[in-house]
Design a protein around this ligand. Structure first.
Ligand code: PGA
Length: 231
């Protein structure tokens, strides 16, 4: 299983350091050898953590090496910390920051060219979910536009927008149906995200085509994230 913690705009440099120190101790002794753990802290908390037990990635970056892009971070800044894992296409970036599919695809192509491991997020709104699975799949497929789905270093995260940070997790039936359909289209590791927590990890991780989870709220404390990783 893959366990990915997305801190979003939470935690400081100091609290991230403390968090990762706790995580390291627990993972060293207890982590299942087949599991992979990722942590995506905010940009200001990035550093070269260089651990065999977890990977630190970036939540977003601009698809350039360096240059005149005020307020953005490019490859040169990530290389300083040996970061080569990135989240691309999170619904908060698509919706709140208005990132278009075109921009998302440009980021994908750039970071692919630089051999980054890419965790690529897709997901539908509640209005689309209410129209049924065909509308959901049509939308999800549109989020692969311009994306080279044959890229090797590529993980997909299916995150229904209506389940993110709402406490309303998708049902086992909804996840099963959607993941089965997605696997037929792109056969890559497939994470589920959206209100994953200790109370539902056993049911979610037991679903056949769920290869891991992307976690926001329940990842903010090392204790609640470890509850998932060590369940
Ligand atoms: P959540 O966030 O676990 O707080 O629902 C998931 C995500 O946005 O990746």
């Amino acid at each position: 299983m893959i366990y990915a913690a997305n801190f979003k705009t939470n935690h400081t440099r100091q609290s991230t350091r403390e968090y990762l120190a706790k995580l390291q101790i627990q993972l060293m002794s207890k982590k299942n050898s087949g599991d992979k753990v990722y942590v995506f802290p905010p940009l200001t908390a990035l550093d070269d953590y260089n651990s065999a037990d977890f990977t630190v990635g970036v939540q977003n970056a601009y698809p350039v090496e360096s240059g005149a892009y005020t307020g953005e971070v490019g490859l040169e800044q990530l290389a300083e910390f040996n970061i080569n894992t990135i989240l691309i296409g999170h619904s908060e970036r698509r919706d709140i920051l208005n990132e278009s599919q075109d921009e998302v695809a440009k980021k994908f192509a750039f970071f692919k060219e630089h051999n980054f491991e890419i965790i690529y997020c897709i997901g539908e709104s509640l209005a689309i979910r209410e129209q049924g699975i065909e509308a959901v799949m049509e939308h999800l497929i549109s989020q692969f536009e311009g994306i080279d789905t044959s890229y090797d270093n590529f993980v997909i995260a299916y995150e229904p927008i209506w389940a993110i940070g709402t406490g309303r997790v998708a049902s086992v039936e909804e996840i099963t149906e959607t993941h089965n359909a997605l696997k037929k289209i792109v056969n890559k590791p497939l994470l589920y995200g959206g209100s994953v927590k200790g109370a539902n990890i056993t049911n979610i991780s037991a679903i056949k085509n769920v290869d891991g989870v992307l976690v926001g709220g329940a990842s903010l404390k090392p204790e609640t994230f470890l509850e998932l990783v060590l369940h």
